[in-house]
Ligand binder design. Sequence first.
Ligand code: NAP
Length: 178
Amino acid sequence: MTTPLQVLVTGATGRTGSLVCQKLQQHPQQFTLRGFARSSEKVQQLFGAKDNFFFGDIRDPKTLIKALEGCSTLVILTSAIPQMKGIPQPGQRPEFTFPNDEIPQVIDYQGQVNQIDTAKASGVNHIVLVGSMGGTNENHPLNSIGNGNILIWKRKAEQYLIDSGIDYTIIRAGGLLD
Ligand SMILES: NC(=O)c1ccc[n+]([C@@H]2O[C@H](COP(=O)([O-])OP(=O)(O)OC[C@H]3O[C@@H](n4cnc5c(N)ncnc54)[C@H](OP(=O)(O)O)[C@@H]3O)[C@@H](O)[C@H]2O)c1
């Protein structure tokens, strides 16, 4: 029998991250799940037990070190999250913004660079990065959300991973269905 792969999923309380965690937990002979999240309340609500979860913030690389110790695979599912600016009037398009310190440059680029660098230093040998379609189109409408250029920063992070020398899988998702 082979030893299960130790896999860390970041963004574990997100829409896709929580599904990936559930899927990995369904295959205990192949994978041992670790989750990385910033809210213990959300982890409690979604998963019940918190034993295999680590808490921190991808903007602070120190908080990733323990989570990645002894892991062979990292799955990156973190993302900046736009917020609606007020409630639109009937017939008006909603406007979006990002919190000041959680703009795509900080979360989708620097936050991913922090994860890639810490994973590399910890001896992780494969990184799965879930990004988005449209990264090579600077004029993609998603870039205008909150003036965040989110796809451009996600694409820069992909390039950083490609150049890192670690084995990688990049998934450029379109709209995901549960
Ligand atoms: N869902 C889709 O249809 C879709 C389509 C195309 C591409 N994608 C891509 O797939 C990836 C995941 O998407 P998603 O919809 O699952 O995203 P999501 O639900 O918005 O989840 C993002 C996750 O990132 C976490 N996060 C944000 N800032 C953080 C920080 N500073 N430190 C630690 N964690 C932080 C959030 O934590 P909290 O839970 O605490 O907020 C959340 O768990 C993204 O790259 C997205 O572009 C998704």
